[in-house]
Design a protein around this ligand. Structure first.
Ligand code: ATP
Ligand code: MG
Length: 423
């Protein structure tokens, strides 16, 4: 026997029963995005590697070790998107979206690819949905962004198990001030830091704040706080964000140690975590990125966005509101006698066109086996079609719940099952 081909490590098959949960979530996402007046954007799955190197940052985990890159026939290095902010910004610039309106509010959903160590809640192909608002520098835009994700949580009924952590890294000037203050604080302890943190001391010292190494954690406890290094306008921006969050009854905790993995953030950064998850507890991360559009060759346009991991979000939904098995079918047609196999498809098709969810057996099985299949599919009704019924233009329609059975003519089947629907 030939070997079975196995799934690639760290990717998932989403089978129909689970896909139903995905569809329910997607409906919520679309409804909320629509309410907030965000338009959907669908950028390509792969881009030139250069986009991520410039847009995400060479020193990030993503670019330094997680990307799926390949060289195509034109000898150009391409990368399967590890995230979509860079792609959305590239698309915004290339399609001159600022000409349509000075603020572009966009959302997306789709698979992302990162070569990470697979574990629960961490995969190599995973899905994100996210939103980007490009054009406004003001704190009300930050708050709308947060409210947008919070609305999705509320719609799913899981906001109670979720914590919003927020911090500000300020503008470029404030970040420089802080970078220096942090380096000054850490310099005497440089040898005690983990290897990764020692490397980051020069390239990206802020990332040392979210190091998982116990000794690093101990050291950063007493480090100067970013908040103390924010200049006046950065402080004012951050304060307004907090005031408006309170105004909107969105609970949050300020987290001085919150820094995000990507290079491009300025001002407000945030993360939503859930206590229904284990180690991988972040379900959404985002922040303001005022310099990215310019750095990718566009105009000097401020922006803010977030991205949420769909698999993790669904783990939370499933933990809090386990899905009930759903009755799927309206009707299962039981066909008695092989001669009727030629006639039955026309009937089913007619009922399906009228909106009924119907199925029948294509294996030419016994009546008993067909009944079993109807049951397995959770049909509300079965219609039994024998030679006599066919001659009279009727089926024996049986309500599975009440057990009631009556002869119903072909053209009355739909209205009997769905009284609101016309035949
Ligand atoms: P983490 O701290 O979990 O590595 P991150 O900072 O790398 O997250 P982002 O790049 O901000 O995550 O992506 C936003 C969201 O996408 C995360 O909060 C998480 O829900 C989800 N996510 C990120 N990486 C993965 C992955 N490998 N598998 C599944 N979901 C992921
Ligand atoms: Mg990560």
């Amino acid at each position: 026997m030939p070997d079975k081909v196995q799934r690639v490590k760290g990717v998932n098959d989403i089978l129909p029963a689970e896909a139903r949960q995905w569809q329910a979530l997607e409906t919520v996402i679309k409804t909320v995005m629509d309410r907030f007046a965000y338009g959907e954007i669908r950028p390509p799955i792969f881009e030139k590697t250069e986009l991520f190197a410039r847009g995400v940052g060479e020193d990030t985990d993503i670019v330094s070790k997680e990307m799926y890159s390949f060289t195509d026939m034109s000898n150009t290095s391409m990368t399967l998107r590890p995230e979509l902010t860079a792609g959305v910004v590239r698309s915004y610039i290339q399609n001159n979206l600022q000409q349509i309106s000075p603020v572009q509010k966009l959302w997306y959903e789709g698979p992302m690819f990162r070569q990470e160590r697979p574990q629960k809640g961490r995969y190599r192909q995973f899905w994100q949905f996210g939103a980007e608002a490009i054009g406004s520098p003001n704190p009300e835009q930050d708050v709308e962004m947060i409210a947008l994700f919070y609305a999705v949580l509320k719609e799913l009924g899981i906001e109670g198990s979720v914590t919003l952590k927020i911090n500000s890294v300020g503008d470029t000037e404030s970040r420089e001030t802080y970078r220096t203050a942090l380096q000054d604080y850490l310099r005497p302890h440089l040898n005690e830091l983990s290897e990764t943190s020692q490397r980051r001391f020069q390239t990206n010292p802020l990332r040392i704040l979210d190091s998982k190494a116990p000794n690093d954690k101990e050291l950063v406890k007493d480090a100067p706080k970013i908040r103390e290094c924010l200049n006046e306008s950065s402080t004012s921006h951050y304060d307004q964000v907090l005031v408006m969050l309170n105004e909107m009854d969105i609970p949050f905790v300020q987290d001085d140690l919150l820094v995000r993995g990507l290079d491009y953030y300025t001002h407000t950064i945030f993360e939503f975590t859930s206590d229904a998850l284990g180690a991988q507890d972040a379900i959404c991360g985002g922040g303001r990125y005022n310099d990215l559009v310019k750095e990718l060759g566009g105009q000097d346009v401020p922006a803010i966005g977030w991205a949420s991991g769909i698999e993790r979000l669904l783990l939370v939904v499933e933990a809090l509101h386990p899905a009930e098995p759903k009755t799927d079918l309206d009707l299962f047609l039981i066909i008695m006698g092989d001669d009727l196999r030629v006639k039955a498809p026309g009937l089913i098709n007619q009922w399906r066109s009228a909106g009924l969810r119907c199925d029948s057996d294509a294996l030419r099985r016994s009546m008993k086996a067909q009944m079993r299949e109807a049951n397995r599919q959770g049909a509300r009704y079965v219609a039994i079609l024998g030679e006599d019924e066919f001659t009279q233009g009727v089926v024996q329609l049986k309500n599975f719940e009440s057990g009631e059975q009556t002869a119903v003519s072909f053209d009355k089947v739909v209205s009997t099952i769905n009284p609101q629907a016309g035949d």
